[in-house]
Design a protein around this ligand. Structure first.
Ligand SMILES: Cc1ncc(COP(=O)(O)O)c(C=O)c1O
Length: 398
């Protein structure tokens, strides 16, 4: 009988401790469930951890990204350069504000935007660049900042997957050459608040705007109006979404954040262990582990199956893993290949390079994320690797 796991193993699982649970119960008993003092404290702790003066949290990184583009005053027809190998929110938030996501191919070694291809995509309508630190591996930021400076563009980092990652020894988000950085606390991420996202930024002038854009356009600490020191007379200064962050979420975040470095250390050990265990498998392309400059936070272990060698397509491989009770993820199908974007780029052909995005498509066809989270046992990891080797041997005999 084929080697298989007894029960299904998901590709990711949050690690929630008793402290998070106790804090959550404390919030429930306190009667204060929504935005409040714990949210404010969480923002303070994030700002210290990421070494950035200002942080505002909200309901998701997607909203945070849309708010960031509103603050940058993105206008209809404005162009923003980014990569296609990302979650679609990187593109949709630009489109929702009337902008045009102009796509640049990735470097297949890192899966991140290839800086050498950025300048060819710049036009007089380009306003900014959104590098995506895919898998938790930082982009080549010095090259990106140099291009941005030369062409007077802003940089907003999509750091949804990069909590705890660093570039040249400094935490992602901490360098003021990026106007803002966006983080996600979705349950698959390296730390979670259930759902949630944050904008980290350096310019104090944005503080009130970001604060009000997440909550009805009300200035400053709207939540305090229900407390003794609060003022009942609120004032709306512009129309805005309701996308605030709850103290229930902050209760989790306050105890996830102090554990993040340890989580990431363990992720890194497991990531490097996968690399060792797969070193003799030549039907795949393994991810890069980063180095001192590119301080990986090991969010995903992206394995690329080579169908030309393995005699299995990626989708057949994913199904074979599933049949043996091993979950995996696809991060991501290149955004320009989704139905909406295929049509969109047909009517915006200048927003794709003339030669297309061959590296994004090559990797997009082959990639899958293997189980990786701090609680993954080495026993399970060995089993995953043995199952993969077994699937590859079976395919070679077809
Ligand atoms: C690269 C990237 N950007 C943005 C997001 C959006 O994050 P959220 O789910 O918090 O909106 C994700 C989430 O998976 C992501 O991976």
């Amino acid at each position: 009988m084929a080697l298989r796991r007894e029960s299904f193993l998901p590709f990711s699982r949050p690690v929630i401790g008793q402290e998070e649970i106790n804090e959550l119960i404390d919030s429930i008993h306190s009667g204060w469930l929504t935005t409040g003092p714990k949210t404010a404290k969480f923002e303070e702790h994030l700002s210290i951890y990421n070494n950035v003066p200002f942080v505002r949290v909200m309901n998701s990184a997607t909203t945070a990204q849309e708010v960031s583009l509103q603050v940058m005053d993105l206008q209809p027809g404005d162009e923003v350069i980014t990569s296609s190998l990302t979650w679609v929110s990187t593109l949709s938030t630009i489109i929702l504000r009337g902008g045009i996501p102009v796509l640049v191919d990735i470097d297949p070694r890192t899966l991140n935007i290839d800086p050498e291809k950025i300048e060819a995509a710049i036009t007089p309508r380009t306003k900014g660049i959104i590098p995506v630190h895919l898998t938790g591996l930082p982009c080549d930021m010095d090259s990106i900042w140099a291009i941005a400076e030369r062409h007077q563009l802003w940089v907003i980092e999509d750091a949804a997957q990069a909590m705890g990652a660093s570039y040249k020894g400094k935490k992602i988000g901490s360098d003021p050459r990026s106007v803002m950085s966006i983080f996600s606390f979705h349950p698959n991420k390296n730390m979670t608040t259930g759902e949630g996202g944050a904008i980290a930024f350096h310019n104090e002038n944005y503080l009130n705007r970001i604060t009000r854009l997440r909550f009805h356009g009300i200035e400053k600490d709207a939540w305090k109006r229900q407390s003794k020191e609060g003022n009942l007379h609120i004032d709306v200064v512009e129309p805005a979404r309701k996308a605030n962050f709850m103290d229930l979420q902050a209760a989790l975040g306050l105890h996830q954040l102090p554990r993040l470095d340890q989580f990431n250390l363990r992720r890194g050990e497991l990531f490097k262990r996968y690399l060792r265990l797969f070193q003799d498998v030549d039907e795949c392309r393994l991810p890069w582990e980063g180095d001192e400059t590119f301080g990986h936070c090991f969010h995903l272990f992206v394995f690329r199956i080579l169908p030309e060698k393995a005699r299995l397509s990626r989708d057949e491989f994913v199904q074979a893993l599933k049949d043996r009770n091993i979950g995996s993820g696809i991060h991501y199908r290149p955004a320009h290949l989704h139905t909406f974007y295929q049509n969109y780029y047909q009517s915006h052909p200048h927003a794709l390079p003339p030669q297309g995005l061959p590296h994004s498509e090559w990797s997009g066809d082959r990639l899958l994320s293997l189980p990786l989270w701090p609680g993954l046992t080495e026993e399970d990891q060995d089993l995953i690797v043995n199952i993969i080797k077994d699937i590859l041997i079976a395919a070679s005999k077809k």
